[in-house]
Write a protein that binds this ligand. Sequence first.
Ligand code: 5GP
Length: 210
Amino acid sequence: MSNDNIVRRGLMLVLSSPSGAGKTTLSRRLLDCDRGIALSVSVTTRPRRPTEREGVDYYFVSGEEFVRLAAVGEFLEHAAVFGNRYGTPRAVVIDELSLGKDILFDIDWQGTQQLKEKMRDDLVSIFILPPSHEELERRLRARAQDSDEVVAARMAKANDEISHWAEYDYVVINDDLESTLAKIRTILDAERMKRSRQTGIAEFARKLMD
Ligand code: 5GP
């Protein structure tokens, strides 16, 4: 029997980075190659980009609806980023963790801090850094889905986000997509084997000794 078959509690894998460090691509690739982890789909007041799908990339809501959801405690964490509001729906996360499913979060440092306060033992946080300032700027420009103003605001914000790197469990420099993905998978594999998460291991070990 491998560790994969032992009953365990799921973990919360957080990926944060300044925008343009490759986090969205890395998240998608990780979800494609690892069936054991699912994305937490956030709620946002940001307008939908043409490539985005409701319920897949985000749940898009009005400002009023966001305030209502926050007031009734629907969010595990929420924050304002670039003038828009973002929040993680609570119920689905709690259910999935208890079923032993792992959940991926593409959230910023403010959300990560809130999750750390509430659910430290379930949290594994990774900060992705771009290889250089020039490369970050190039990636932000190449994206070009947003207006120039938005790109400029995001570049100004990148420094703010980067300043929070030391609050994370792991830091990975994304100089090459494939090797960065491999590093994230290594972290995930190791964290899945943590004794405290393998709730079925005591029973397994007891049977071994019978
Ligand atoms: P974007 O608008 O480019 O999709 O996301 C902007 C920023 O908001 C990214 O840094 C992303 O990680 C963050 N973000 C997305 N969803 C959430 C969320 O539910 N909570 C928090 N705190 N940040 C989020």
